[in-house]
Design a protein around this ligand. Structure first.
Ligand SMILES: N[C@@H](CCC(=O)N[C@@H](CS)C(=O)NCC(=O)O)C(=O)O
Length: 219
């Protein structure tokens, strides 16, 4: 059976998990924190989360894992049939991950883990996020899914990344960079009513609480 490695607080882990759940693929979860240990790097060469264990063979990078899932389990597709429409999904994925999540990530230390972002970082993030959000608004369709009429991998990514982009910018920059994109809130609400997203979010909340409790205990 496929094993998803990582932990349920990670947005990239949850992107793959919700895709597995939406596609109805049987899988197990294997808890592992991020690590630079040699042993862990055999599974995930950058030491990141998630990885996928396919009968003892390991895959890293969430989108690579999603492509593997789509190739191996074509039933319940999470890409449209048409080549240009498939490219639209990938365009949104790249925008969400390279130009929004990866940029906002520089704020997570301050937003969620008691760190401090320098004024220079904040100014750079503010500038780059504005461009990413502008591109997202241009590309997102919300009809009703982010890339069109069918649920796709872009929704698996948007559902886990957009809340973090909103929250981290609100906390660190003092304003939610997605506030003037009115479709985002009802769209996320619609996604979060789906059983797969509900399950992923329940597990995420439980794991987040456990992580906070463990940190508090450590002091
Ligand atoms: N491009 C990677 C990003 C994964 C990623 O950044 N995961 C975070 C957890 S949400 C992580 O492992 N961080 C630790 C690190 O970067 O060393 C993917 O799509 O899988």
């Amino acid at each position: 059976m496929l094993k998803l490695g990582g932990f349920a607080v990670s947005n990239y882990y949850n992107k793959v998990k919700v895709a597995l759940l939406e596609k109805g693929i049987a899988f197990e979860e294997a808890y592992h924190p991020t690590s630079q240990d040699e042993e862990y790097r055999k599974r995930s060469p950058m030491g990141k989360v998630p990885y996928l264990d396919v009968d003892g063979q390991y895959l890293c990078e969430s989108q690579v894992i999603c492509e593997y899932l789509e190739d191996s389990f074509p039933q319940t597709p999470l890409y449209p049939k048409d080549a240009l429409e498939r490219a639209r999904v990938r365009e949104l994925l790249a925008t969400l991950e390279l130009h929004m999540e990866l940029v906002a990530r520089r704020l997570y230390g301050q937003a969620f883990f008691g760190g401090t972002a320098s004024d220079e970082t904040k100014a750079q993030v503010e500038k780059e996020l504005a461009k990413g959000v502008r591109a997202f608004k241009q590309l997102a369709r919300f009809s009703p899914f982010v890339a069109g009429s069918g649920l796709s991998y872009a929704d698996c990514a948007a559902g886990v990344h957009l809340p973090l982009v909103s929250l981290s910018s609100k906390i660190v920059l003092g304003h939610d960079v997605l506030a003037d994109c009115a479709q985002v809130k009802p769209y996320l609400k619609m996604l979060n009513e789906r059983p797969a997203f509900m399950k992923m979010n329940e597990d995420r909340k439980r794991a987040t609480e456990a992580m906070a409790a463990a940190r508090a205990k450590k002091g």
